[in-house]
Design a protein around this ligand. Structure first.
Ligand code: HEM
Length: 142
């Protein structure tokens, strides 16, 4: 049970990373379509939050089912998870209320979308690298 949960968690993290990378295409594909950009951002944030919820769910089940306790490594994952969610919700709210029909605002939002995605990717890659190094015994996160 716990093994399956960690496996699912690990696969979901990779799917999530792929999704974040693929999402960078949105501001480019919708470059001439402000309403399309807003709509795609909405669908994107729904999928983002669904995947994030599944990651948290499998992680929390693993902690309780496996009596793993709250190591520094786990707390770090939770902090990064919360940061990812916080950034995503802020970004989506901004796109939702902004006047995307105004060319300068639209340009700014598209550029922010790419930068925010890159930041989120960096955070996920950082955790994955730390977990791999921890598994290999190169570092001890505690
Ligand atoms: C609420 C959020 C989360 C919880 C409760 C959680 C919990 C866990 C637990 C219990 C494990 C297995 C034990 C261990 O290796 O320490 C684990 C493994 C892992 N987690 Fe998380 N995690 C969360 C979020 C994340 C996020 C956001 C990422 C990526 C950015 C992530 C990446 C990983 C990786 C790469 C592993 C190693 C998987 C493997 O051994 O194949 N986790 N997590």
């Amino acid at each position: 049970m716990i093994h399956e949960m960690i496996m699912a968690h690990s696969i979901l993290v990779k799917v999530f990373l792929g999704f974040l990378i693929g999402g960078i295409a949105i501001p480019f594909v919708t470059a001439n379509n402000p309403m399309g950009f807003r709509k795609a951002s909405f669908i994107y944030t729904m999928i983002f939050q669904a995947l994030a919820a599944m990651i948290a769910f499998t992680g929390i089940i693993a902690i309780f089912a496996g009596n793993l306790g709250w190591s520094f490594s786990t707390i770090l994952m939770i902090i990064v998870w919360a940061a990812l969610m916080f950034i995503e919700i802020k970004k989506y709210k901004l796109i939702k209320v902004a006047n995307v029909q105004k060319e300068s605002t639209f340009k700014l939002l598209r550029s922010a979308f790419v930068k925010i995605s890159l930041l989120q990717i960096l955070l996920v890659v950082l955790v994955v690298v730390l977990k791999v190094l921890e598994a290999k015994g190169v570092i001890a996160l505690g």
